[in-house]
Design a protein around this ligand. Structure first.
Ligand code: NDP
Length: 291
């Protein structure tokens, strides 16, 4: 794909280490072209020791905005001029927007998750009982987004219960009306919650290499529940495959990746990208990887 740039082109991009695997440049450049924007999106390989100078480079080069991926999502926070309240609560920034002279940080992962739940599973969080497996960065974004969307109950189940407890303590004061439960995988009370949950989402990194979630009793999930796997891979993830084999509605994290990109685009340009374009790009790339 040829990207055309003019002397007036605005530059956007992504900071990561590694970054060459990122799917964001293809989907963002497609959305820029479709919207008729004179802008380009480029991958920047930024190592941890260079993060500080890379942020200064953003200022010096008047770059319009960047996405932030591993391992910089937390460490960039003190380098920015302002950070959105939910990004502070989540403790991670995945999108930086230039506002005049200021660099402002946001986290669009949670909004991408909610969009994907609605578009891929027809799932609306309000009033529902939800259960998240994991307690890392992706889980924090999903937990805040689900609570903001009005879930009745949120259960967080993690290998390290301590980490899940820290997450619950961090967010519960902001959402005092909603029930937040914490379990580890060997806790029998977790099975009751599994049985009543309307949504079960895997936010752990298990499945990235095609491995199954070893301790997970899928048979306990009720038949009307929706299953989400934040992991996305060229092939169907084992969690999604097992859920579908049981007849459950299930989706993987591709829609969330597109959704967080759509929300970042909206923050940068104040217009919505073409509906479905980013997801189509990702699906094409996945088909190519599979062929
Ligand atoms: P973190 O490293 O912050 O957290 C990893 C989580 O996985 C922790 O809860 C950890 O448990 C758990 N975990 C890892 N290995 C095991 C194991 N063998 N057994 C049990 N639990 C395990 O990662 P992130 O939260 O940043 O990312 C998690 C996943 O979400 C990744 O696969 C990532 O690609 C995906 N993701 C997808 C996005 C999308 O757009 N679709 C966006 C962001 C992330 P413990 O605390 O006990 O160590």
């Amino acid at each position: 794909m040829m990207i055309e740039a003019s002397g007036k082109s605005r530059v956007y991009g992504i900071f990561g280490d590694p970054v060459s695997h990122s799917l964001s440049p293809v989907m963002q450049n497609a959305a820029f072209r479709s919207a008729g924007l004179d802008a380009v999106y480029v991958p920047f390989h930024v190592t941890p020791e260079n993060l500080n100078s890379a942020v200064e480079g953003l200022r010096a080069l008047q770059i319009g905005g960047v996405n932030i991926t591993l391992p910089h999502k937390q460490n960039i926070i003190p380098l920015l001029d302002q950070v959105d309240a939910d990004a502070v609560l989540i403790g991670a920034v995945n999108t930086v927007v230039r506002c005049g002279a200021d660099l402002v940080g946001y986290n669009t992962d949670g909004l991408g998750f909610i969009r994907s739940l609605q578009e891929d599973l027809g799932f609306t969080p309000r009033g529902k009982s939800t259960l998240l497996l994991g307690a890392g960065g992706a889980c924090r974004a999903a937990a805040v987004a689900l609570l903001r969307s009005g879930v009745d109950e949120l259960s967080i189940v993690n290998r390290s219960e301590e980490r899940a407890r820290l997450l619950a303590d961090r967010i519960s004061s902001v959402f005092p009306e909603q029930r937040i439960n914490v379990y580890n995988f060997s806790d029998s009370a977790f099975l009751d919650k599994l049985n009543s949950a309307d949504l079960v989402a895997n936010t752990t990194s298990i499945g990235l290499k095609g491995e199954e979630i070893p301790f997970f009793p899928l048979s306990k999930i009720k038949a009307s529940a929706s299953i989400y796997d934040m992991v996305y891979s060229p092939a169907e993830t084992p969690f999604v495959a097992a859920a579908r084999a049981r007849g459950l509605a299930a989706a993987d994290g591709l829609g969330m990746l597109a959704g967080q990109g759509e929300e970042a685009f909206y923050l940068w340009f104040d217009i919505r990208p073409e509906i479905g374009l980013m997801k189509n790009c990702l699906q094409h790339m996945r088909l190519r990887q599979n062929s």
